[in-house]
Write a protein that binds this ligand. Structure first.
Ligand SMILES: Nc1ncnc2c1ncn2[C@@H]1O[C@H](COP(=O)(O)OP(=O)(O)OP(=O)(O)O)[C@@H](O)[C@H]1O
Ligand SMILES: [Zn+2]
Ligand SMILES: [Zn+2]
Length: 807
């Protein structure tokens, strides 16, 4: 009789996606649990891999041929029952491997790295032992793998059967330890010790008093030094005298901006009637554990965040937990602090600028129930909160909620799954809901909650659209219309601030030869290289290729190379010329790359250390600066003519969001949108703050063209270094689909992908549009299975349900 475990192994080349059965050795029987990571032998040889226990069977008879689990990596499960179920569902929905879904849920620190070691298995001569292995019985192969001499020596030993190559799983999650002191005596005993200490040995006397004072408690050494005013040396003396001992205690790395214990918390604001109505509806659903989805459609500055905060407070009052998702770029310190000042220590924050260690610490605080409120970007949707009472997704229309690599999940779907699991409400909030969500609200699937006006009846700012064509004829090439310049100067004089946005979606600075028109392109990909002035190089944003800026045209050897495109740098330079006394903060990928810079720049702007904040899309969302009364959009057009049916929706969203940054407090605001397409409907409706009419117009276009939300879409891509092979693969898939799919389903393509070559691979794609096709899911799973099995032929196939981009 033996117990058996079902294990999903971490083998990237795995052809199947099924759990493997392993025997549980007697010594592990009492410890092993579902959701733990284990180390198991896999395949031939001594290869050891990591795996997840996804099931434990009843004890059964077995014939003894099964391999046994080698060891446990965890003392407690890292994935609970809920997340285990979720991972399985996600694998099915996104056509991904179960193991990748499991890993996606865990913080990086818990993702194991397979590590190779060389172990001596038979006697080797002394010389070898000393030279190669330094007397030890194994060596770290990763360190020597690039030394051909050592490698060949090792290979020789291997042929002689003296060493084995092994895979070892190394756990990267390192708990941070700190030194603490532990008093060893009772109050009276310390009193007795005083006798043996000279009266003028003040430090030691003080230490004794301090130890009496802390009354047997462990105190971190740093803290003890602060509290007692004593130096580390005195504690060493205390240790020698047996008064205390030093121990290592587990500690959390503190992410910047952490609220200290004694911080006073903000009290909730008094809600206006719209907010009150929304909160009441959500609270009711929390109290009754109803799995209702709400669409909170509130204009910019209508106080959606306050609604979220008060609804979360209700969940906590009910003894439950709350999860709030926001797009990465609106996860600003301003926003995080707003939540922290409301809920203090109960908040955990998960965002991408945390180090692996910090993220792991936050994750553990959640997992242990120490944090009951979680705020975070996309992957925070997997936060191991138990007893969820409410999930919020702010800016629900944001495309960054969809992961664009496998597993290609949409956080909105995952959130909906979890809300259902916990019988909890889900609140989707936005000033410009996605067409999909708004259509569901229209159909009654979601409950619509509206907040059509700004807090305190402040008006939405008037928006002017400036046609840049006559401006260019008048003033030559410029990024600033006369109107925008006038307003900028006026704000400066009044001591008010402005935000300028440079729309850079699908757009970059590049160089072109004026003589022959040559554009420098990436040698591996089908796109032009981007100019980076800070590193003085040309970079490819897809594959990372980098080369020096040419001074001579590689094609015609001419010397007239021109810089094209309006990078923020160039705009900042022009602005400085036009307004020499303006203080400008530039915010883009380059100036915010260093950790903490994003926060620092926003803080400076908030403190009015600058008059103008000039930035890319990253400044469009979430910022709430009362002194900002002017917003300028320098180029509304980029992005409008991308080959993507969502281009207009994105432009409308972006313009509405950024306009919403103006005039949020007492002073009224203005918005100027510069464009070469003043008649475009997305720009027109954004000018009028008219979501409803934009929605109608756009829905009509989607209906005509048969796009979401009228149809669902799946994109299937095949890539290969050999272009013909990629094309052949996609044609085969297409043929396979066409014979089985329903009449209503449309297959578009095959076509080369708009960016046809990336990292030296050619891409071909088809788009499947369908309304209801019962066979499609199974067919796609088949295709995935077949193509994985054929992966030796170097063709990669990916299946992307509801793609957000078609580039
Ligand atoms: N009931 C209220 N009373 C007074 N002020 C409020 C109230 N609710 C919100 N505010 C304030 O109004 C401002 C705008 O609110 P908030 O940032 O929550 O709006 P929002 O709808 O989330 O905006 P956006 O979508 O533009 O980011 C904030 O400064 C907030 O503190
Ligand atoms: Zn040239
Ligand atoms: Zn490239």
């Amino acid at each position: 009789m033996a117990e058996l475990a079902q294990v999903i192994v971490d083998v990237p080349t795995m052809q199947t996606d099924q759990p493997y059965t392993y025997a549980i050795p007697k010594r592990l029987e009492s410890q092993i649990q579902v959701g733990m990571r284990v180390i198991v032998p896999f395949g031939r040889g001594k290869r050891e891999v990591q795996g997840f226990v996804v099931g434990i069977d009843q004890p059964t008879e077995y014939d003894g041929t099964l391999k046994s689990i080698i060891g446990l990596m965890d003392l407690v499960p890292v994935v609970n029952t809920e997340l285990l179920q979720l991972s399985r569902w996600m694998a099915d929905q996104t056509y991904a491997f179960w193991i990748s879904c499991l890993y996606t849920m865990l913080p990086n620190a818990l993702k194991a790295k397979s590590h190779r070691v060389v172990r001596i298995v038979d006697e080797v001569d002394e010389q070898t032992s000393l030279d190669l292995f330094q007397g030890a019985d194994e060596l770290d192969f990763e360190r020597y793998q690039n030394d051909p001499q050592i490698v060949s020596q090792l290979l020789k030993l291997k042929r002689q059967g003296k060493v084995s190559f092994e895979y070892q799983v190394e756990d990267r999650a390192r708990v941070k330890k700190e030194i603490a002191i532990q008093p060893l005596m009772s109050f009276e005993q310390y009193e007795d010790e005083r006798v043996g200490v000279r009266a003028n040995a003040h430090a030691q006397q003080r230490l004794l008093s301090y130890l009496q004072q802390i009354d047997g408690q462990k105190v971190k050494l740093k803290q003890a030094e602060q509290q007692s005013g004593l130096k580390a040396g005195t504690f060493n003396v205390g240790e020698k005298r047996g008064w205390l001992k030093k121990i290592a205690v587990e500690t959390y790395r503190t992410p910047a901006g952490m609220i200290p214990d004694d911080q006073h918390l903000d009290s909730p604001l008094k809600l206006n009637p719209d907010q009150q109505a929304a909160v009441a509806k959500i609270d009711q659903a929390i109290d009754q554990a109803q799995n209702q989805t709400f669409l909170l459609q509130g204009v910019t500055g209508s106080g959606k965040t306050e609604v979220y905060l008060q609804a979360m407070a209700e969940a906590l009052r009910q003894g439950k937990t709350a999860l709030m998702l926001v797009p990465e770029i609106s996860l600003t310190p301003q926003m995080v602090n707003r939540v922290r000042r409301r809920f203090g220590q109960r908040v955990a924050v998960l965002h991408s600028s945390l180090s692996d260690g910090e993220r792991y610490d936050e994750w553990r605080r959640i997992e242990r129930g120490e944090a009951q409120v979680v705020v975070g970007a996309r992957s925070a949707v997997f936060a191991p909160l138990e007893n969820l009472g409410l999930i919020i997704m702010d800016e629900e229309h944001e495309t960054s909620y969809k992961q664009d690599e496998t597993p290609r999940y949409h956080a909105r779907d995952v959130a909906a799954w979890r809300a259902e699991y916990h019988h909890a409400p889900l609140v989707l909030g936005s000033a410009t809901p996605s067409l999909e969500s708004r259509a569901r609200a229209l159909a009654g699937v979601y409950q619509l909650l509206r907040m059509p006006t700004r807090v305190n009846q402040r008006p939405l700012p008037p928006v002017e659209v400036v046609d840049m064509r006559p401006e260019m004829q008048r003033n030559g090439e410029t990024n600033f219309s006369d109107r925008l310049l006038n307003l900028l100067n006026e704000r400066m004089e009044k001591g008010e601030q402005s935000i300028l946005m440079l729309n850079r979606r699908g757009f970059s600075s590049f160089i072109m030869c004026r003589d022959c028109g040559f554009v420098l392109k990436c040698p591996n990909c089908d796109i032009s290289l981007t100019l980076h002035m800070d590193s003085r190089t040309m970079k490819c944003h897809y594959c990372g290729h980098e080369e020096p800026i040419p001074s001579i045209c590689p094609q015609c050897q001419g010397r007239h190379i021109r810089y094209y495109g309006t990078g923020t740098e160039k705009v900042a330079a022009e602005l400085q010329q036009l307004m020499p006394s303006a203080r400008v903060i530039r915010m883009d990928v380059d100036t915010t790359r260093r950790k903490g810079m994003h926060a620092k720049l926003l803080k400076e702007f908030g403190e009015h250390q600058a008059d103008i904040l000039l930035g890319t899309q990253m400044i469009a969302k979430g910022l709430d600066f009362p002194n900002v009364t002017l917003v300028g959009v320098l180029n509304a057009d980029t992005g409008l003519d991308l080959p993507d049916f969502r281009a207009s929706e994105r432009t409308f969203d972006l313009l509405s969001q950024v306009s919403g940054r103006a005039g949020r407090a007492d002073k009224p605001g203005n918005v100027v949108i510069q464009t070469f397409n003043p008649d475009n409907y997305a720009i027109r409706y954004a000018q009028l703050h008219d979501y409803e009419d934009f929605f109608k117009a756009e829905m009509n276009i989607r209906y005509q063209a048969g796009y979401p939300p009228y149809y669902y879409t799946v994109r299937i891509m095949a890539s290969n270094e050999d272009e013909r092979a990629a094309a052949k693969a996609i044609y085969e898939i297409r043929n396979q689909l066409s014979v089985s799919l329903s009449k209503e389903t449309v297959v578009l393509g095959p076509t080369p992908r708009p960016i046809a070559r990336m990292k030296n691979r050619y891409y071909y794609q088809i788009i499947v549009k369908y309304k209801h096709d019962p066979k499609l899911h199974a067919l796609l799973k088949d295709i995935m299975r077949q193509t994985q099995a054929k992966s030796r032929q170097d063709t990669l196939v990916s299946i992307d349900p509801e793609p957000q981009y078609f580039m």
